[in-house]
Design a protein around this ligand. Structure first.
Ligand SMILES: C[S@@+](CC[C@H](N)C(=O)[O-])C[C@H]1O[C@@H](n2cnc3c(N)ncnc32)[C@H](O)[C@@H]1O
Length: 324
């Protein structure tokens, strides 16, 4: 479901343009005629398509996310009544409004922009990158904010070293082929004294065993086909489980077994239930992690002041300030 209307993000401010770098030779980039960028040194170009500068040539393995965030553009976006994404952002990054205010922040894997919405509401200037076409949705959702989206890959980011005060990535890096390398890749873009906060799927609770089993097959389906199947399967298993729970004596254990073998999300809102279930079964990569692992990665980067968030696996750490 492509976004058809032309979306044009405001031109980049001079200080943001100054941190953009060519992926091939590392030179500063210049604007081209069509709203994209070009490298004056090696002549590589980065086109602007539908208002978004593209630093990748395709969505690669993340196409299911492009579909997902175009299909569910606002489902998880906070509004005046609902502050669910803000609650998740606090628990999964341990960041607070006073830390973000006035800071230049990188949102890695911004999806449709729900956490960038929170960060900009808290007064941050946010650059969001996403490998998939979700970047288009984020740009549209946050058109009135201090936000710019690029389609780019965490393993090849178009930024100068030490550009950002804060980098966060929520629910993203476990969807890459190498989560450890993805976390460690971010250190380079953080200013000395800056904070890196990541949230990854937990490997402690093994509830996902069966969804991982089914995902071996489901991730190979076209997103449209999988979505069509889940449109039937999610309400079926959700209501079957609820019905079974009402059966005396055996109902609850049988309902538990059904949920274990055919896990579907249990949120009350049917749209959120569909979105989160699709998000479990569609990604090609979905690794799980422990605090021991992630602390080791942070220590290997020389990070200090390591803290955990309230929702595992949430780790934040500070890059040491320059000494002397
Ligand atoms: C589960 S979604 C999370 C989106 C958002 N952070 C949120 O929580 O709503 C994972 C996102 O990571 C993006 N992603 C996966 N691999 C990536 C990569 N190598 N570089 C940048 N983004 C990536 C996907 O396109 C997708 O939008």
């Amino acid at each position: 479901m492509p976004i058809t209307e032309e979306q044009v993000q405001s031109p980049l401010s001079a200080d943001l343009q100054a941190i953009l770098r060519c992926l091939s030779c590392g030179s500063e980039l210049e604007n081209d005629q069509a709203g994209g960028y070009q490298c004056p040194a090696c002549k590589r170009t980065y086109p602007n398509v539908q208002g978004i500068a593209r630093f990748v040539d395709a969505q690669h393995y993340a196409a299911s996310f492009g579909f997902q965030w175009h299909r569910y553009q606002k489902t998880q976006l906070d509004n005046d009544e609902v502050r669910e994404s803000e609650r998740h952002f606090r628990m999964k990054t341990a960041l607070r409004p006073e830390e973000l205010k006035g800071k230049l922040v990188l949102d890695v894997g911004c999806g449709m922009g729900r956490f960038a919405e929170v960060a900009t509401r808290w007064g941050a200037r946010v650059v969001g990158i996403d490998l998939s076409a979700a970047a288009e949705v984020a740009a549209k959702n946050l058109a009135d904010r201090d936000f710019v989206a690029f389609q780019a890959d965490v393993f090849s980011l178009p930024f100068a070293p030490e550009s950002f005060d804060i980098i966060y990535s929520v629910g993203v890096l476990h969807h890459t082929p190498d989560c450890e390398a993805a976390v460690k890749a971010l250190d380079r873009y953080l200013k000395p004294g800056g904070v890196l906060a990541v949230w990854l799927y937990s490997g402690y609770n093994k509830w996902y065993r069966f969804s991982d089993f089914w995902r071996r097959y489901t991730h190979k389906m076209k997103p449209e086909t999988l979505h069509g199947i889940l449109k039937v399967a999610v309400p079926f298993f959700y209501h079957l489980e609820r019905g079974l729970r009402r059966v005396p004596v055996v109902g609850r254990p049988v309902a538990g077994a059904v949920h274990h073998v055919f896990p579907v999300n249990r949120q009350k809102n049917p749209e959120a239930r569909m979105l989160d279930t699709f998000d479990w079964y569609s990604p090609r990569y979905q690794s799980k992690h422990t605090y021991e692992q992630v602390f080791r990665w942070y220590e290997a980067m020389g990070m200090e002041d390591l803290r955990i968030g309230e929702f595992s696996i949430a780790v934040r750490g500070r890059k040491p300030s320059r000494r002397g």
